[in-house]
Design a protein around this ligand. Structure first.
Ligand code: NCD
Length: 331
């Protein structure tokens, strides 16, 4: 069924997978963001467009925002959700991803455009296993350290909300840039925009993968800094995109534990640092969430905090994506 995907013909995204952010052109991303904007402004829009349609929600790693916003989006548009998780399915008995995917394919074979599959898994590249087996659109809700394309849609939507446009933005991307999949997708997609400046701030052990830095340097203005430079960086950027240390992706055993302790002690954003900086007038803090201590809780109540609205934006963006890949015309 994937051969029915319409690619490169206008803005028809019907049937499309979202496995990597690189699967989408800038025009397609902008189209999704515009659609999300329309939806945010018209809450009743498309409210019946998922009627009779099914989402297989396969989260084999913990999730609060991605799972809940996808499910809410599906249900407020009249659709149904079937949950398959790690502990309550045969995954627990050792079933392979490929076999789970084959089962879903069997159940959706007759309704490829009336069903959608969202998958999160801890192994890099695992969303591809689903995409190969399943005709319905497969949306990657995060595969290991690799990619989180739908998070990037909401991150870009939020950048646009803060800055007016994405072109010309100067963004600080800080924290665990080695293991964080959200920052990998985001940095890659920002390269499709004009005059973007990215400042990567991290402990050396958790720096952005070289391949991404190299690509970024070719296409945008890029600065790579040590964590000690975070305070100085604050005055130069339109927004700070902070992330947590991805403890679960560190090597197992005492060595990983020690490495985690060393780096997690190092970074923390507090009010003092914000007070000391000469912040730009619309400066805001973004974070994919959850935070685990890297942002002082006082900041939650400050004007700089934008991460809760950022998470809310996930609903609008995911509604837009569902409408575009399996929806009807106008609701
Ligand atoms: C992120 C993820 O799972 O990659 N969370 C999310 O989807 N909003 C970030 C994280 O877990 O740190």
């Amino acid at each position: 069924m994937k051969e029915l995907q319409v690619m490169g013909e206008g803005m028809n995204l019907k049937g499309r997978d979202a496995i990597s952010i690189n699967d989408f052109s800038r025009e397609e991303v902008d189209y999704i963001l515009d659609k999300a904007g329309e939806i945010e402004g018209n809450p009743g829009m498309y409210r019946k467009n998922m009627w009779g349609k099914i989402m297989f929600s396969c989260f084999f790693e913990p999730s609060t925002r991605t799972r809940t916003s996808f499910q809410t989006a599906m249900m407020v548009m009249g659709g149904n959700v079937i949950n398959i998780d790690e502990s309550g399915s045969s995954r627990k008995k050792g079933e392979t991803l490929k076999h789970t995917a084959k089962m879903i394919q069997g159940y959706t074979r007759q309704i490829p455009y009336d069903s959608v599959v969202v998958v999160r898994q801890k192994k890099d590249g695992s969303a591809n296993v689903f995409a190969k087996e399943i005709d319905s659109p497969v949306l990657n809700g995060g595969d290991g350290r690799n990619q989180h394309p739908t998070q990037t849609f909401l991150d870009l939507y939020t950048i646009r909300e803060i800055n007016g446009e994405i072109d010309g933005v100067t963004i600080g991307i800080a924290g665990d840039l080695k293991y964080g999949r959200t920052v990998h997708s985001l940095a890659e997609e920002l390269l499709d925009y004009e005059n973007v400046k990215m400042v990567f701030v991290s402990p050396e052990e958790l720096s952005m993968p070289e391949k991404i830095v190299r690509e970024a340097i070719n296409k945008a203005e890029v600065d790579v800094r040590e964590l000690e430079d975070l305070e100085k960086t604050l005055s130069e950027i339109d927004m700070l995109y902070m992330t947590r240390v991805q403890r679960e992706r560190f090597p197992e055993g005492p060595e990983g534990e020690e490495q985690y302790r060393r780096v997690s002690r190092k970074y923390h954003l507090n009010r003092e640092m914000l007070r000391n900086a000469r912040l730009k007038p619309n400066f805001r803090i973004m974070h994919p969430l959850p935070t685990v201590g890297e942002i002082d809780s006082e900041i939650d109540d400050s004007v700089y905090q934008h991460y809760f609205k950022q998470a809310e934006n996930g609903l609008y963006v995911r509604k837009a994506l569902l409408e575009l890949v399996i929806g009807g015309e106008n609701g």
